[in-house]
Design a protein. Sequence first.
Length: 236
Amino acid sequence: MSGTSLDTIIVNILVVVFSVVFHEVAHGYVALRLGDETAKRAGRLTLNPLPHIDPVGSIVVPVLLSFTGSIMFAWAKPVPVNPRNLRHPWNDHPKVAAAGPASNFLLALICSVLLGVTAGVATITGAAHQAVAAGPTPLKFLLSIFQAGILINVILGLFNLIPLPPLDGSWVLTRFLPPNLHVRYEGLRRYGFVMVIGFLLLMRYTALGNGVSVGIMKTIGPFQSIAEGVAHLFGV
């Protein structure tokens, strides 16, 4: 394995671990604001990754995906939420679910701004040559972190919005289903893991993957434009 590949894997792991932790904390924080202290009492409202990391979903899966060049995704241990403690469970539970993907898009936005600032500052300080220099440099590392931050967080945000149990999008969808469909849909949760794996296999081995890739790139476009716009403020 080349040094570049190893650098990429390290950057991906750092970004994906922070992103899935931030995602889960967002669930817990919004739940707290809406009346449920379960995550707070469980010590899960912290950016310390140790209480959140799922060894398989946070480490093994991202490493394997990095080796295979597949679309990067991961997950952490779900933050505990008790919908019965929410002030308005029917309306508030979907808000708690949506907080996770929203946090990923927020991180993508922050990375876009930081990418533009880093590129701009590097140019006006004469450090831009580090970006094309041989071997690792601090500038390359920062640029890689922010670029990966955009890509990975857009993927995580979009993936979690898919309305397949147990993904966040499924909890949002249930809010808008009529009662008869709601009961049937909730019955699918027992098969949630199988359906998600099936969806991933379809992405990997059918034309669905191409469609998903196109959707990801279209979503990334505005974030890249923001980075370029910020960099232009520095005369880049």
